[in-house]
Ligand binder design. Structure first.
Ligand SMILES: [Zn+2]
Length: 333
């Protein structure tokens, strides 16, 4: 369930599609400018069968299979004669100086410049696409929303962080590809940045691991009365070890006291005799939305798990409570 599927980019609206096309053509026109330079001839030979810069294939909308191929192209060749680039890309020198790579730059540095992930309007377009395909929850912790809208004068922009699954520092050809990008929350992004991204071996497109929260030691049962103790003893089973060691997700989830307390309160209320009558009425009328609201505050499907912060956390907590109820170890007023 943590696994995310390849994004379908077919149904994007025309305006967004035009933005993507415009960026793709700028990239291709810059690539054409440098394509006659001898020392990088083999790069263009490798690129052509995957993305032809003469046709309308897209770097941004590249499918995962293409991304896998693009990643393999060697862009590490060092560029000693920058003069062959400078007349064609006037701003390149300033960019490389700023990155302190002017004297020791590689083809990948030049590609990073051409792909221009550092340009705000390009990242805004990418964020809009992720927003459009409704993936807005951090793919690592599944806990926090990452995108929201902001207003700059009359202009609406999308806030939030994007994470490159395959780092652009290793191959800038995939730096703008939507299928290489995932939303990431501040917590995870900050911790991931501290790690060497090339060693961060976790790909949410490939992962089949779903964490399970264990609340057994978080609760206390006394004479049939259940109460919240604290979250210090929260356990997460089946957690990906890379995620845990780099992103410290267990400690992040230990901060979510209030959803647990609220859910426990509602659970007790829901199981009280007056509520029972109320719910029987709802079931008779065939209204299930109210029941779903109780469980998660949002309708639950496996598909939207990634888009609902704390969903798994709350769902597992609810199951824990249900277990106590079924075994008769808790009583309700
Ligand atoms: Zn996160």
């Amino acid at each position: 369930m943590l696994q995310i599927k390849e994004y379908s980019l077919v149904a994007l609206d025309t305006e967004l599609d035009n933005e993507i096309q415009a960026i793709d053509s700028l990239i291709k026109s810059d690539l054409k400018k440098i394509s006659r330079i001898k020392i990088i001839e083999s790069f263009f030979n490798d690129l052509k069968p995957i993305i032809d810069i003469e046709d309308d294939s897209s770097f941004i909308k590249a499918q995962r299979s293409k991304i896998e191929q693009l990643k393999l192209i060697d862009t590490s060749v060092s560029i000693t004669d920058l003069r062959s680039f400078n007349p064609k890309l006037k701003l390149l020198a300033t960019y490389l100086k700023k990155k302190r790579k002017y004297k020791k730059c590689t083809l990948n540095d030049i590609l990073e410049f051409i792909f221009g992930y550092h340009l705000e309007n390009r990242t805004q377009t990418l964020k809009k696409v992720l927003r459009k395909i409704n993936l807005q929850n951090c793919v690592y912790c599944l806990a926090q929303y990452t995108t929201s809208y902001g207003l700059d004068g009359q202009k609406i922009y999308v806030k939030g962080n994007l994470d490159h699954i395959y780092p652009k520092s290793l191959n800038a050809l995939v730096s703008l590809s939507i299928n290489n990008l995932v939303p990431v929350c501040g917590h995870c992004n900050q911790r991931k940045l501290n790690a060497d991204s090339s060693n961060f071996n976790f790909n949410p497109f490939d992962s089949k691991i779903t964490p399970t929260f264990n609340f057994a030691d978080v609760l206390e049962i006394n004479n049939g009365q259940i109460s919240f103790k604290n979250l210090t003893h929260l356990k997460i089973e089946n957690i990906n070890t890379t995620l845990e060691s780099r992103l410290e997700l267990t400690s992040l989830h230990k901060e979510y006291k209030s959803p647990i307390v609220n859910l426990l309160d509602r659970y007790k209320k829901f199981n009280s005799s007056s509520y029972e009558l109320n719910i029987k009425e709802l079931i008779k009328k065939g209204i299930s939305a109210d029941l779903e609201y109780f469980i998660s505050e949002t309708p639950f499907t496996e598909d939207n798990l990634q888009n609902i912060p704390l969903h798994k956390f709350k769902n597992d907590f609810y199951k824990e409570l249900e277990g106590y109820k079924k075994s008769g170890s808790i009583k309700f007023s």
